[in-house]
Design a protein around this ligand. Structure first.
Ligand code: C2O
Ligand code: CU
Ligand code: CU
Length: 513
């Protein structure tokens, strides 16, 4: 926070925050303590207005109806034109393409009739820029962001993060990509911009009138009956018979994908949440949980006229909460359970292209040395379970400013954390996400009773890169290594099944400087 602000200014800003956020809900009671929006006098490289608004546009190409959506509408106020682009015929928010090291000013404007706030998923930003629900602004409100991108080049994204409304707003269309580059991809031997294809994968239910249906299963979250890519149904991409870099984001509320090629060739993975791996990896398929990203090298030469990206069957677990249970959509479609198989999108080969050799390696990843970990012998533990029919973290639900003793961490210290999904009879898979940048995944252990189900996913877990979200399966313990070195303050960790998050499967942690 700006140390120039007087106590009086802080109080005023806090009071303003309270007006914006409104009252009437106990989780919002601490809004008056919210710091004001970011201020920074350094000239930004890119200035954009980002408006949360409602719109009517085409979602289902097979239908004549327009669909009511909520979306981020962007406009560039200053900066290079290639840093920011939006397809206004589809619901997704603008895609940012920004150089590492640059500064971006975002003027967020909430034109909805409900509170909202933007979170920059995966980016390491200051507390006031992180989109914590206590910063939510009511309809008509605004909040400025100052993002200084000191992150690794990679595929990040942004989405709303208001308390209890995140699942509904994302489902209605609010999400966008935030790509950080460094201009060295040519030198790395990666495909040129024209062959760099971002794919946002989301499932939805569209009713007979062409409208999105949000009827989440109370325990499993929202599971749609069809899959959309980049905001369209039955997506097909015309490609050249050459090499591509695919940036895949699972922007779904609760659906987990087991991504594979329809012709049986392996998946060549070059990057994860926090950018490129040290070297490409070859997998038969790749698991992608909500919030996760994976970058794939695709070669469309020598495959005839096309190939499908599909999701293959897998088993979440053996309990009643497992993949076999149908989520009941109240109207229209029947949800496909998690673990069902279906096609995602088609790549139709239309022209000759350029085949590049897949690079043998990228740069080594700068992991923190094990010697600096302060708690290797007894990691900070987080139990993932269910209490009173709600998913909880260490037995607790989200509360706006609540920080437990186990949720305070010192700035600049390296720690190991362990998440254990060993909650007894009722269990399911949870994509665990930690705000405040990227971490390393150290190890996974699945309890014997759950190994058979886990084996349907094992070979598709890519734990070798920098991560901000990972899939925690039933009966599994995952150990990660974290370090928060840049920003003190209140941040979040939560399940990225958005219905679980909205239900309170989210907690604060405080980085103390
Ligand atoms: Cu992508 Cu706190 O979320
Ligand atoms: Cu996040
Ligand atoms: Cu969850």
């Amino acid at each position: 926070m700006n140390s120039q602000l007087s106590r009086r200014q802080l109080l005023e800003a806090g009071a303003l925050g309270a007006l914006w956020v409104g009252t009437g809900c106990s989780r919002r009671r601490s809004a008056a303590l919210a710091p004001p929006g970011a201020t920074d006098t350094t000239d930004p490289d890119l200035v954009v207005r980002l408006k949360a608004t409602s719109a009517q546009l085409r979602v289902d190409d097979a239908s004549d109806s327009l669909t009511n959506v909520l979306r981020f509408e962007g406009s560039r106020l200053a900066g290079p034109s290639d840093a920011f682009s939006q397809d206004d015929s589809r619901y997704l928010g603008p895609t940012f393409r920004v150089r590492a090291g640059q500064r971006v000013r975002v003027l967020f404007e909430n034109a909805l009739s409900e509170p909202s706030i933007v979170h920059w998923h995966g980016l390491d930003v200051a507390e006031v820029n992180d989109g914590h629900p206590r910063f939510a602004v009511d309809g008509g409100g605004q909040r400025p962001y100052e993002l200084h991108l000191e992150d690794r080049p990679g595929t990040y994204w942004y989405h709303p993060h208001p308390d209890r409304l995140t699942g509904h707003q994302v489902l209605a269309g609010m999400a966008g990509l935030f790509i950080v580059t460094d201009g060295d991809d040519d030198a790395r031997g990666l495909p040129a911009a024209e062959f760099d294809l971002p794919l946002v994968i989301q499932d939805r239910i569209i009713d007979g009138a062409g409208q999105l249906v949000y009827a989440p299963n109370p325990m499993l979250g929202f599971l749609g009956d069809r899959v959309l890519v980049n905001g369209r149904t039955s997506a097909s991409f015309d490609v050249r018979a050459g090499s591509y870099r695919l940036r895949l984001l699972n922007g779904s509320n609760a659906r987990i994908y087991k991504l594979a090629w329809s012709d049986g060739r392996p998946v060549q993975v070059i990057g994860t949440d926090g950018g490129l791996l040290a070297a490409p990896l070859t997998r038969p398929y790749v698991m992608l949980a909500p919030g996760e990203r994976v970058e794939v090298w695709a070669d469309f030469a020598g495959i005839g006229d096309g190939v499908w990206l599909e999701s293959q069957p897998f088993t979440i677990g053996g309990s009643m909460m497992g993949g076999g249970m149908m989520g009941a959509g109240r109207s229209g479609g029947r949800s496909l359970p998690n673990g069902a198989s279906f096609r995602i999108c088609q790549f139709a080969v239309k022209e000759k292209g350029t085949r590049l050799p897949i690079p043998r390696q990228f740069s080594p990843l700068a992991w923190r040395p094990p010697g600096e970990v302060v708690n290797r012998a007894s990691p900070r533990r987080f139990a993932v379970s269910m209490a009173m029919m709600r998913w909880v973290l260490n037995g607790e639900l989200f509360s706006m400013d609540d920080v437990a003793a186990n949720e305070r961490i010192r700035l600049g210290v390296t720690e190991d954390w362990e998440f254990a999904n060993t909650g007894g009879m009722m269990t399911t898979a949870h994509p665990i996400h930690v705000h405040g940048g990227q971490f390393q995944i150290l190890e996974r252990q699945v309890a014997p009773a759950w190994r058979e189900a886990a084996a349907t996913m094992d070979e598709g877990l890519v734990d070798a890169g920098w991560k901000d979200t990972f899939l925690l399966r039933p009966g599994e313990r995952v150990r990660i290594r974290v370090r928060f070195a840049k920003h003190a303050g209140l941040f979040l960790y939560h399940c990225h099944n958005l219905e679980h998050e909205d239900m309170g499967m989210m907690r604060n942690f405080r980085v103390e400087g």
